[in-house]
Design a binder for this molecule. Structure first.
Ligand SMILES: [Zn+2]
Ligand SMILES: [Zn+2]
Ligand SMILES: [Zn+2]
Length: 432
């Protein structure tokens, strides 16, 4: 077993954006049966899976994500709905792009049912792209660090008889040789708000996967599990056992996606009230280097504000904080770019006390100036009503935690709610 990574927590902001999923969560994007997630952490960008087709390109273009900026691609396993966009992605990626996959992902794979069999492995163009000299293909046969705070589980041993493998996955078209899906792996993002586990399909079992990452690198804070849980055809007993185990897993949030299946999603929602969120293409979250729980900020414009309302958990205790709140008429200004002034509030997260408050006149509103100016003033968190994606990125670059969707209330009340972990954050009114 490898020692824990020396970089278990990224020093800089992280963001997760769903690029391909079976459902769509935002205007201007499309869905397909598949899965792909774009992860930015610090100055690194990593793509986990590539969806079924080149839809991943169109969705990334629409979201302004550039494949030229990718540092690495990680494949959760070799199925076509996770690797079908590989050729298109690698055609855009820079020379020397690292691609991480278990060697078994490159094997031919088949879906065999009484109705017949069909190939479901990596498409030929993807396999060819993987073997180009410009691609740095790395075999993942053990836990592997991809970027600071971002690591691959490596193979997941089966450990629970309750997690029954789905039949019909084979290594030969005649269906004689069962595919053990040795290639199946998960990606872990360590944030100060806790660990986020991104699943591909979890073919070796969702709970086996969570147990494996816990055994490899124990951590106290468990934030979220997102991705495909592959329970669509699971027997009711398997489904119920898995949902019970997730409920008691210690993770705070769940975003079941892709092939989880409606019965499992419904059961999980019922078992874990207030802990589940919809995934879907375009779902984007910011996890920054301080107190904000990852996945608590996602505010898709298609979601009604009251449905999207989430409660931010208590901030970490040891971090000194200066909150910045844009003000107009004594209350939070819903559009921070039009505010008159900023309240800067020093708080002690340990005692939940407000130590000091001052109000500064906002500087001229030039693009990109506010994040720099607030960073110079020592702000560590900005609580805003609405903020565009670009501005969020600029704050993130300054190491300032962004909280969007806060209500138009007095700054003291917002600071107290934030410290108490009761701040409601609804839709980001600028998220268009
Ligand atoms: Zn699969
Ligand atoms: Zn699946
Ligand atoms: Zn899948």
């Amino acid at each position: 077993m490898p020692p824990p990574s020396p970089h278990t927590t990224p020093a800089a902001p992280a963001r997760i954006t769903i690029l391909v999923d079976n459902a769509v969560n935002r205007a201007g994007l499309r869905a397909e049966h598949g899965w792909a997630v774009w992860i930015e952490t610090g100055d690194r960008a990593v793509l986990f899976d590539t969806g079924q087709s080149d839809l991943v390109i169109a969705n990334a273009d629409a979201l302004g994500l550039r494949f030229e900026a990718l540092d690495a691609v990680v494949l959760s396993h070799g199925h076509y709905d996770h690797t079908g966009g590989l050729a298109a992605v690698l055609a855009r990626a820079r020379d020397g792009i690292r691609v991480y996959a278990h060697p078994a992902a490159l094997q031919p794979k088949y879906r065999c049912t009484p109705a017949g069999s069909r190939p479901i492995g990596i498409p030929a163009d993807g396999l060819a792209a993987l073997h180009r000299p410009s691609v740095d293909l790395r075999a993942v046969e053990a836990p592997t660090d991809v970027a600071p705070g971002l690591w691959i589980s490596g193979p997941v041993p089966r450990r629970h008889p309750e997690e029954v493998p789905e039949p019909g996955f084979n290594l030969d078209p005649a269906g004689r040789v069962t595919d053990p899906l040795d290639d199946d792996l998960a990606l872990c993002l360590e944030t100060p708000a806790g660990r986020v586990v991104v699943l591909g399909c979890a073919h070796r079992g969702v709970i086996a996967t969570l147990d494996q990452v816990a055994a490899l690198r124990p951590t106290a804070r468990l934030q979220a599990v997102m991705g495909g849980m592959h329970l669509r055809s699971a027997a009711p007993s398997t489904l119920q056992w898995t949902v019970d185990a997730l409920k008691h897993s210690g993770y705070e949030r769940f975003l079941p996606a892709h092939c989880t299946g409606l019965p499992a999603v419904a059961a999980l929602w019922a078992a874990c009230p207030g802990q589940c969120s919809e995934a879907g293409v375009g779902k984007s979250t910011v996890a920054v280097n301080l107190a904000v729980p990852i996945l608590a900020l996602a505010a898709a414009p298609t979601t009604a504000a009251k449905d999207a309302a989430v409660t931010t958990p208590n901030p970490p205790k040891e971090t000194p904080m200066r909150l910045a709140i844009p003000i107009a008429d004594g209350r939070l200004s819903m559009h921070f770019g039009h505010c008159e002034s900023f309240a800067l509030i020093d708080v002690d997260p340990a005692t939940k006390a407000i130590l000091k408050e001052e109000t500064l006149t906002a500087p001229p509103h030039e693009p990109g100036l506010l994040p720099r100016w607030l960073a110079e003033k020592g702000a560590t968190v900005i609580i805003a009503g609405g903020m565009g994606q670009r501005a969020q990125g600029l704050f993130a670059e300054q190491g300032i935690t962004v909280i969007v969707g806060a209500p138009a209330e007095a700054p003291q009340a917002l600071a107290k709610a934030y410290l108490a972990g009761t701040l409601k954050t609804g839709s980001n009114v600028c998220d268009h």
